[in-house]
Design a protein around this ligand. Structure first.
Ligand code: PEP
Ligand code: MG
Length: 920
């Protein structure tokens, strides 16, 4: 337990006046926001106009939770000293009746958690100091507006939420105050807050205070110091608020990190028409284009921009969109300040060598920088920015590769609405394209419903006026998000962009009647809850009904191609694909697969064109003696060979790992009465005979039953037929002057004797095929899957019989955990909730358990045969973390489904770079 009380302990870091105690490298201690404020204020190349302030470290947060919500003893005096320093720089005093300094309190964790924690602005105002503010600002309306905002925020965030008070009858104090505000506007016959007069706002302050007393049973604190410490405590408390915890779970942010608290002198964007506040990016975060991009609001505070109440105006022409094109740009309205801001943003991007997301305020013509941080971007933009910056020589190739999260690549491969169908479809509404890709889903109007419906397996689109941090769970579970309000920097846009989720915001052409569960388009169309809509998030278009989705075309994406060229130079691990058809194989080759790591032969018995081969297989299964079985297999061999030959040919000499038949035979026989009758007729046997065979095939635990190599042991003729088909297909291709490299793989083995048994069949058939085709040799490798824990442990003796191993981590995970891979959904959510497991082990390799078996398998196998080729072909082969793990174990390749090949390639390159960085 951390009980730091040493008086030399530094808990408060000051910044301002061209100096700072901290810097950008201290994110763990100061949080992202605090570290960057220090960097902007104090770094010799920057020294930007940052309002002075200080950061209370994340260590204080940890202390606070470890010590029953108390602070280190020295904290108070350190805060007092820091406030004095701000006072000196600002020439004002905190709590002063004549010229009061006002402060803001904001959270700031190591990684940004937008809107998830609390903020209090305008601290230091009370009935006395407000008079001083009026005197100094000469603006009574502004002063009372600041005051009423403080009272509202304080009551909500500090007294109610941080105080752990349950809202009366479920209605929070904020809501009660909002109702008062609305009533006041109605009484005065005005629409906007800005139209209320100073005396209206003064009345509201009084009424708000009375509400606090009545409902929360305390007085609003007039003492500025009490206000300040209340605000600080509320930020720490909000680290463990419901929505922050929820967000951390989704974003995998550790609970023990804690948040820092930033206290800063207030500057006001709402001091009149020569004041404004805005959010901007050094490049366009939606598509990566290299131009300054942002939005601002005149006469407003930061919260107004994020809340999406007014439509923000573009800062320059390139930031205009359909909703804002008629509004005056900042460049035009305040050319001097825009120029200064533009120079700062260039400086910041060069300094950080990455796209920055900045917040600024202009108070009576003076520009202030309130925040800068590495900007969130979607996948398309991430790839473009990384490769552009590499070409601009701002960053090197390795940095460019590390800049793209493997999951972000998924977005480039995202399905889009089929453009041909889209051309003919009628747009029902248009909004801002906040998150790319296409999505289809059924309309729901609340986050809770989105989560409930998704749990039932429904695809939903969450439709809201605007979203708030309380909605994250439903937003996460929805296919897409559609809001009628808000801009590109609204909560919905920020969150969706971070996730790479399809999202349209500011779609003002729809009206949402949440109570009636219906949305109405501007043309009067009504779309009810549960009805389908389709979204084009790349263009911001909404359609009624279901439009078909189509895979993206990467051939036109130059940035992607550049990135993949860089990736190819760095990566050492091979990337293959799991493909069962020549079409899949071609798709994967297009994505850069270097072979097939798993060709499941049984797939020829499912889907298109499978009727006749399946009939022959069933004939083989129903055969009662070896002679009949062989006859059926001979007929089947023709199809098997054709299938394998086409796949080998499509891979042009790249290795193709062909797995011998794996599933238990009962999977191939029909179980319902009618189908059985049909089959009996086709086969010319009595139904009762068929029934007896089906019964005989029944197993209690088929996953652990008569499957994999066990089939080949019981029915060697099955192995023989498949091996013959593989070798003949290869031999024929060689004779046609083509190259082919099959790898024959035996599934579900547990020891070397089984393998030897199968190898003997291969050796015998090989000689026969060479003779038949008059070939001296036919290339092939013989190997095994390692998917039973015993096989991993016995890897040394297994290696005596194998040229290669391929880890079947689906079964290996199933058998190591004892979790059925088909039934884990029943209990996994609870395990994840209770943190009994960090992740779904079928998605990402359980490195310390199953991973240990894999490590043993690789080491023991190679101890006997150093040249042993090792790969993985379970689903984990396409999971970035698992790919990196495989790299570290020195595997030769990973194999994954075609659409995950680019992700695996990128992860492989990143693993190689991380290894180099660790060595340096
Ligand atoms: C595995 O078990 O990891 C594997 C690839 O085989 P299957 O999923 O076909 O059982
Ligand atoms: Mg398996």
């Amino acid at each position: 337990m951390a009980t730091k009380t040493k008086s030399n302990e530094k808990y408060v870091y000051f910044f301002g006046g061209g100096k700072a105690d901290g810097n950008e490298s201290m994110k763990n201690l100061l949080g992202g926001k605090g570290a960057n404020l220090a960097e902007m204020a104090g770094h010799k190349n920057l020294k930007l106009p940052v309002p002075p302030g200080f950061t209370i470290t994340t260590e204080v947060c940890t202390y606070y939770y470890d010590n029953d919500r108390t602070y280190p003893r020295v904290l108070d005096s350190q805060i007092q000293n820091a406030v004095e320093s701000i006072e000196k720089l600002m020439g004002k005093k905190f709590g002063d009746k004549k010229d009061p300094l006002l402060l803001s309190v904001r959270s700031g964790a190591r990684r940004s958690m937008p809107g998830m924690m609390d903020t209090v602005l305008n601290l230091g105002l009370n009935d006395q100091t407000v008079l001083g503010l009026i005197e100094k600002s000469g603006d009574e309306r502004f002063s009372y507006d600041a005051y009423r905002r403080l009272v509202m925020m304080y009551a909500d965030v500090v007294i109610e939420k941080a105080g752990g008070l349950e809202p009366v009858k479920g209605v929070g104090i904020r809501k009660l105050m909002d109702e008062k505000l609305e009533k006041m506007k109605k009484d005065r016959g005005v629409e906007l807050d800005t139209e209320l007069s100073a005396s209206d706002l003064k009345t509201l302050v009084k009424e708000f205070k009375a509400l606090i007393k009545k409902h929360l049973k305390v007085d609003f604190p007039e003492d500025p110091w009490q206000q300040l410490m209340g605000g600080v405590g509320a930020v720490f408390a909000s680290w463990n608020g419901k929505r922050a915890i929820e967000y951390r779970r989704i974003e995998r942010i550790p609970d023990q990190w804690g948040t820092a608290v930033n206290v800063q002198a207030m500057v006001f964007g709402n001091m009149g028409e020569d004041s404004c506040t805005g959010v901007a990016f050094t490049r366009n975060p939606g598509n990566g284009d290299n131009h300054f991009y942002g939005e601002y609001l005149v006469n407003a505070q930061g919260e107004d921009v994020v809340a999406g109440i007014r439509t923000p105006a573009p800062i320059n022409n390139l930031s205009k969109n359909d909703h804002s094109k008629h509004l005056t740009t900042l460049e035009k309205l305040m050319p001097e300040q825009y120029k200064e801001l533009d120079a700062i943003q260039r400086k910041l991007e060069r300094h950080y060598m990455d796209m920055q997301d900045i917040e600024f305020t202009i108070e009576k013509g003076n520009l202030y920088m309130l925040q800068c941080r590495v900007g969130k971007r979607n996948g398309v933009a991430a790839v473009k920015m990384a490769t552009d910056m590499y070409k601009e020589k701002l960053i090197d190739a390795q940095t460019a590769i590390m800049r793209v999260g493997p999951h972000q690549l998924v977005e480039l491969l995202l399905p889009m609405i089929d453009p041909e169908t889209e051309k003919l479809a009628k747009v029902v509404a248009k909004g801002l394209p906040a998150g790319p890709g296409g999505a289809i889903g059924r309309v729901v109007f609340t986050s809770e419903e989105a989560a409930d419906w998704a749990l039932r397996g429904e695809k939903v689109i969450l439709v809201r006026e605007e979203t708030s941090p309380e909605d994250v769970d439903g937003m996460h579970k929805a296919q897409a998000i559609l809001t009628s309000k808000g801009g590109m920097t609204s909560h919905a846009a920020l969150v969706a962009r971070g996730w790479g989720k399809c999202c349209i915001v500011g779609c003002s052409e729809i009206e949402i009647l949440a109570k009636d569960k219906v949305l109405i388009t501007s043309k009067g169309q009504r779309i009810h809850e549960g009805e389908w809509i389709s979204l084009n998030g790349t263009k911001g278009l909404v359609y009624e009904g279901v439009l078909p989705l189509k895979a993206a075309d990467l051939s036109k994406n130059e940035s992607y191609k550049t990135l993949m060229k860089l990736v190819e130079k760095e990566k050492r691990l091979g990337v293959r694909t799991n493909a069962d058809t020549p079409k899949d194989a071609q798709q994967a080759a297009y994505f850069g697969a270097e072979g097939i790591g798993l060709f499941r032969t049984e797939h020829m018995f499912y889907g298109e064109g499978s009727e006749f081969p399946l009939f022959l297989l069933r004939k083989m299964i129903m055969a009662t003696c070896e002679k009949d079985r062989v006859a059926a297999l001979d007929e089947l061999a023709v199809f098997v060979k054709k299938d394998i030959k086409a796949t080998l040919e499509a891979m042009h000499g790249y290795p193709v790992t062909i797995r011998l038949l794996d599933p238990p035979l009962h999977e191939f026989v029909p179980h319902d009465k009618n189908k059985l009758q049909e089959l009996a007729k086709e086969l010319g046997v009595r139904v009762s005979v068929l029934n007896r065979r089906v019964l005989a095939l029944h197993e209690n635990n088929p996953m652990l039953g008569h499957r994999g190599v066990r089939l080949g042991v019981s029915y060697p003729e099955i192995t023989e037929m498949q091996v013959r088909a593989i070798l003949e297909a290869t031999g024929e291709l060689i004779k046609e002057g083509k190259s082919a490299n099959p790898e024959i793989m035996v599934p579900v083995t547990m020891g070397k004797h089984e393998l030897r048994h199968q190898r003997e069949i291969v050796d015998r058939v090989y000689k026969q095929v060479c003779k038949k085709l008059k070939l001296e040799k036919i290339p092939y490798l013989f190997g095994t899957m390692i998917e039973i824990p015993r096989a991993a442990l016995k890897a040394n003796s297994m290696a005596e019989e194998a040229d290669f191993f391929s880890f079947g981590t689906n079964d290996l995970t199933q058998m190591s955990f004892g979790f059925s891979r088909d039934d884990i959904g029943g209990f996994l959510p609870k395990y994840l909730d209770l943190k009994l497991l960090p992740d779904d082990p079928f998605v990402t390799i359980d490195q310390s358990g199953v991973g240990e078996l894999i490590k043993i398998g690789v080491e023991r196998g190679r101890s006997v045969k150093p040249s042993l080729k090792v790969g993985i072909c379970g689903e984990h082969g396409g999971d970035a973390e698992s790919v990196k793990f495989c790299h570290r174990l020195g595997m030769n390749y990973v194999s994954c489904s075609p659409f995950r090949v680019p992700i695996a390639r990128l992860a492989a390159a990143q693993a190689a770079i991380e290894e180099k960085m660790a060595l340096n």
